[in-house]
Design a protein around this ligand. Structure first.
Ligand code: ATP
Length: 513
């Protein structure tokens, strides 16, 4: 655990040191759970967004994009249920004065029990070797059975108090489980209260004529209210999808995990409109497609898992998360939700306008069902960044820090380095930069010894270093060094473009899907 915490601290400091992420308004000591993307961060973020957009919009004939405004008519949020139900249950510890999400406290307590089960399994596996059967062990070992029963009971009660909005029951659950505050260690809790997560603001100048509006807490509603506009003007036939990336805002109660949980963040969402009755099929299809997209980046199959929801949101008939192995454990990275016709119907009711599709094959109109894929761009950034940061032991007993970003996402694709700052080498290096920059983000670097420059680029995540040396003057060749293998090859200057393209081209990455 301590090792993981250390790794997370390294991720945060590396992100700052190498120009990826800064705290917002740092000179004023920052603003809690708000971050700025720096010169390299903005490129990585853009590349992730593009990688998603290519896969979702460009590669699907029946998916188109929009860019709806952040501010929407306030009735939107009444219809969507956010005004009444977009709440988190919060609880304060009276001694530490710290505030927690009541559901998270219970879930973390439950996870600790689960970890004990996993420990027992690992121990038994070691003892019994090949003869070990996990299912049998789970079904017979008294310790595991007792703990599993406790987990099931906690899950059942948590689901009940949430579904019935039983705030007193919620507090009792926390008290009965003996959950203590991680800061004060005490069990001195306040009652559980509901807290709405939307940021409100005023539209219009004068106090009496102004309207209360909200900063959107999700991008999805901008798609729903435009459903018919897009369908008609794009002559879209069901099944079809509308995709959107953009900012969303949530006044999160507990926001302490760097860019994992922010108050201002970016989502990449796609709503897929289908014929009622076919939603289960499409839900399964999108679960599979989205996982493949993640796997295409080569960040390790074992780092992903599905978590199917037991407790469904008011709009869903099925829901699952793709969880990623973050430095602080497996946590939600993306959600796939079968949202039924809840949103379109609600907007029909509140607007008095029909939001129906005329199906020529069926010769009838209906409100389509919706399957949604929703991923946080910042969370994806954190997944990629934290997974890529590695401290590598080298053969000569030294270590190097390398940021092994998937080359397709790396902010800078190549650094061009003159071996020395004289003899005409800088001029050739500059010429190479001027030529390659039409196709890729490349930089010129002449400061320090070349070995240090390599290390600097390794740590910044640059996949290639191109070095111009004295042989270049004779034969127009340079060395190209690969970040991950550190291997160097001598190649002709004219070949550089193709070599780099092969490794960073979106096509070759997405083909792996
Ligand atoms: P969580 O349970 O972690 O609060 P959620 O289930 O509320 O997330 P959704 O409403 O399904 O999240 O939003 C879809 C995606 O948006 C999430 O999978 C996540 O990647 C991202 N996301 C949601 N809230 C935040 C946030 N506060 N900061 C960064 N990303 C977020």
């Amino acid at each position: 655990m301590a090792q993981k915490e250390d790794q997370f601290k390294k991720v945060i400091s590396h992100a700052k040191e190498y120009g990826y992420i800064f705290q917002s308004s740092e000179i004023y000591d920052g603003l809690s759970a708000v971050y700025d993307y720096a010169q390299n961060g903005v490129e990585l973020k853009k590349n992730i967004r593009d990688y998603w957009w290519k896969a979702m919009v460009q590669m699907h004939e029946n998916i188109v994009g929009i860019d709806a405004a952040i501010l929407m008519h306030p009735t939107t949020w009444k219809a969507s249920g956010h005004v009444d139900a977009f709440n988190d249950p919060l609880i304060d510890n009276k001694d530490s004065k710290k505030r927690y999400r009541a559901d998270v406290l219970v879930e973390e307590f439950r996870e600790k029990i689960n970890q004990k089960i996993l420990k027992d399994i690992a121990k038994a596996q070691k003892r019994f070797g090949d003869a070990f059967n996990e299912d049998e062990f789970r079904a017979t070992n008294p310790n595991v059975l007792r703990r599993q029963k406790q987990i099931d009971e906690i899950t059942a009660e948590l689901t009940r108090v949430q579904e019935e909005n039983d705030l007193e029951g919620f507090k009792n659950l926390i008290v009965d489980l003996g959950i203590t505050c991680p800061v004060s260690g005490s069990k001195n809790w306040t009652d559980v209260k509901q807290f709405n997560l939307m940021f409100g603001t005023q539209l219009g100048a004068s106090a009496d004529s102004s309207t209360k509006v909200y900063l959107r807490p999700e991008t999805a509603q901008g798609i729903f209210v435009n459903f018919l506009n897009v369908q008609k003007t794009g002559r879209m036939k069901i099944p079809f999808g509308i995709a959107q990336t953009g900012k969303a805002f949530r006044n999160e109660i507990v926001a302490r995990q760097f860019i994992f949980r922010m108050r201002e963040f970016e989502q990449m969402e796609m709503q897929f409109f289908v014929k009622p009755g076919t939603q289960k099929e499409w839900y399964e299809k999108w679960k599979e497609t989205r996982l493949k997209w993640h796997l295409s980046l080569g960040m390790g199959k074992d780092n992903y898992r599905f978590h199917d929801h037991e407790k469904l949101a008011h709009y869903a008939d099925a829901a699952a998360d793709i969880e990623f192995n973050f430095p602080f454990g497996f946590k939600e990275l993306e959600g796939i939700h079968s949202r039924t016709d809840f949103d379109l119907k609600a907007h029909e009711e509140h607007s008095g306008k029909k939001l129906q599709y005329f199906d020529h094959e069926e010769n009838q109109s209906y409100v389509p069902y919706v399957v949604e894929t929703s991923i946080g761009l910042d969370r994806m950034f954190l997944a990629v960044f934290s997974n890529s940061l590695i401290e590598e032991e080298l053969e000569n007993n030294t270590t190097r820090t390398v940021l092994r970003l998937p080359a397709v996402l790396a902010p800078t694709k190549a650094a061009v380095l003159p071996l020395v700052k004289k003899d005409g080498l800088p001029e050739i290096a500059r010429k190479i930069v001027d030529d390659l920059k039409w196709d890729f983000n490349v930089i010129y670097d002449e400061k320090d010894a070349v070995g240090r420059r390599y290390r600097r680029q390794d740590a910044a995540g640059t996949p290639f270093c191109i070095t111009v040396d004295h042989d270049t003057l004779d034969n127009n060749t340079v060395t190209i060094r690969h970040r991950d293998t550190m291997e160097q090859k001598r190649v002709k200057i004219e070949e550089l473009r193709d070599i780099i393209k092969q490794e960073v081209d979106v096509r070759s990455w997405l083909m792996k899907m």
